[in-house]
Write a protein that binds this ligand. Structure first.
Ligand code: G4P
Length: 308
């Protein structure tokens, strides 16, 4: 799936990060705890080389605590990576980021030595909220519209730490379609990029598989249907989403389901597990190999036809 709706500045961000790295002691990547893999920058491991890295699983208040724990253990398997689960809107744990920065750079553990930390995260993960909580003042505008922070800026936290803030960064194309749907389900990317009812179908299928009890409770359903489409129809009936002729207004149902999921009204959910990701990556590699093999076959046939 080729998705090309990201603003141009995001493409530049990779280059900017590379340029900023020499003066940086450590990196802080803010992730959405509900989608720690899909909200991650796939180039970060490569970009950071051997610099220490803190991965913050923010919006932990909306995520499934058991899965957050699973993700923290999984992510910390990577050399030099430490994790923290935070709820930035309540400033919970945000102070711990400072302590962890000092611990990871032992030769600058005293307050008198300045630590330069590069903070990054795709839009809407709560990066601005974290920066504001750390700085104790409003630095970058936070709001509904993803990608409001447009230029790199240095923020002196006045505690021996200088944050270098980078614009939100996403990769230009998403090979794994599920990643796009997960980003859309949490609201990290604009709804207009994918169709509302497609996102809701994806969310419905996921909820039926992973959180059936939450669905039953929220929509007062005794016996869940088998398919996401039947689920949307049922929710539509329960919520009176009708169009002319008594048909269910699927678009309206989709909006209800997505809004309620994003607001945490279906409980604390995490849309992916390390196990899911490993499986999807294997499938993706197999698919790419198949595509390459097909391409090679076509090329050979073409050459044979031309008699070369
Ligand atoms: P960004 O810089 O990464 O783009 O994200 P930003 O801080 O602007 O946060 C995006 C939205 O996520 C904001 O909500 C913010 O309040 C919310 N948010 C940030 N951290 C957390 C968290 O830990 N838990 C929860 N539940 N929400 C969080 P908004 O609806 O866009 O704005 P508003 O409601 O704050 O006005």
């Amino acid at each position: 799936m080729q998705i090309q709706w990201y603003p141009g500045h995001m493409h530049k961000a990779g280059k900017e990060i590379k340029e900023a790295l020499p003066g940086i002691d450590l990196l802080i990547e803010v992730l959405d705890a509900r989608i720690p893999f899909s909200s991650a920058n796939p180039l970060l491991s490569e970009l950071r080389a051997d610099k220490p890295c803190i991965k913050i699983l923010n919006k932990a208040d909306l995520a499934d605590p058991a899965r957050t724990q699973q993700w923290q253990e999984y992510l910390e398997r990577e050399q030099g990576v430490k994790t923290l689960a935070t709820t930035a809107v309540h400033s919970e744990n945000v102070e711990q980021i400072i302590d962890l920065c000092r611990k990871l750079i032992p030769h600058k553990a005293e307050n008198t030595k300045v630590i330069h930390a590069l903070i990054m995260g795709i839009p809407n993960v709560g990066k601005s909220t974290i920066i504001n909580a750390l700085a104790g003042r409003t630095i970058a505008k936070t709001g509904n519209e993803p990608a409001v922070t447009k230029r790199q800026q240095r923020i002196d936290l006045h505690n021996g730490i200088i944050l270098c803030d980078t614009p939100g960064m996403l990769w230009p194309n998403l090979e794994n379609p599920n990643t796009g749907y997960r980003l859309a389900t949490t609201g990290a990317i604009k709804d207009t990029a994918l169709k509302h009812d497609d996102i809701a179908s994806f969310a419905g299928e996921f909820l039926l598989r992973d959180y059936p009890e939450s669905l039953k409770q929220r929509y007062q359903i005794d016996k869940l249907p088998e398919t996401d489409y039947e689920l949307l129809l049922l929710i539509g009936k329960k919520r009176g989403c009708l169009r002319g002729g008594g048909n269910i207004d699927i678009d309206k149902v989709a909006k209800i389901l997505l809004t309620e999921l994003r607001d945490g009204l279906l409980g604390r959910l995490t849309l992916e597990t390390p196990e899911d990701m490993e499986k999807e990556l294997i499938e993706l590699v197999a698919l790419q190999e198949k595509r390459e093999a097909k391409k090679a076959l076509r090329k050979n046939k073409w050459k044979a036809n031309r008699g070369t």
